[in-house]
Design a protein. Sequence first.
Length: 257
Amino acid sequence: MAQGRGWEGAVLRLMRAKDFTLTVTGAEDVTPRFRRLHLTDGGLLAATAVHPTMWVRLWFDNAGKPHQRAFTLVDPDPAAGTFSLEFALHEGPAGDWARAARPGDTIEATVQGTGFEEPSPAPSHILAIGDPASLPAINSLLDALGTAPATVWFENAENAENTENAGNAESAEDAEGTAVGLPFRTDPARHEIRHVPRAELVERVRAELPALLAATPDPYVWIACDTRTTRTLSAYVRKELGVPRERTHALGYWRAS
Ligand SMILES: Cc1cc2nc3c(=O)[nH]c(=O)nc-3n(C[C@H](O)[C@H](O)[C@H](O)COP(=O)(O)OP(=O)(O)OC[C@H]3O[C@@H](n4cnc5c(N)ncnc54)[C@H](O)[C@@H]3O)c2cc1C
């Protein structure tokens, strides 16, 4: 199997990436556009240390060609050798595979590149910006960072592109509506979710982030949107607002086409 992965597979082999076969044991349609799969890990968790926001590279088939995409581990249980994966569904080989996945199906996974640096000092306020693809990582991050309050700008108008509502999802109410049923593990007592339509995200963060940064001594800014938005926001936070690199984390989670 690993031989069929082209140059990406060859580079990962040189980097001593670890390969595993995952097996689906169950599936849940959390919402019509968000599907959770339960899997056994093929020895993955025993072989690699587990950390918050941990992700794996999965190898999907794309018309006979290897198609590698990253997904975040949900509820990894090293003792049981199990975890779940949550898929924000849209058109694409990973989504197609997840929609069709049934118990007994297998998928190859490679562990390479994932990591987590615990911010020190501990954040006095977490400022996170993400979307359904990074919701599993946001849940994991907030869980790992303990009792700190958080403000999350959650971009959620991706459904608009494929539904009759296309062009209408331009209000926060619409964005909040498309988030109904998504598995937020946030604690309303200390985590505030601000639902933002895709087109307004950068503008809203620019308008609202500076005051929150100014009001807290040790902020931590975490950004995981599509690559272009992530680049724009991380440049804004680091260069314009002067937040030190070690108090920020920014990683593009998907490429808009
Ligand atoms: C570290 C990391 C962890 C990630 N964890 C998760 C996770 O736990 N769950 C999850 O759902 N995703 C996660 N992602 C994002 C996921 O890898 C991408 O969305 C990936 O592109 C999906 O592959 P695909 O084959 O379905 O679509 P692709 O073939 O990559 O793209 C097909 C089309 O879909 C569009 N598209 C791709 N992703 C999205 C999206 N999220 N929203 C809207 N349109 C999209 C593309 O622009 C393109 O037009 C993670 C990414 C990273 C980098």
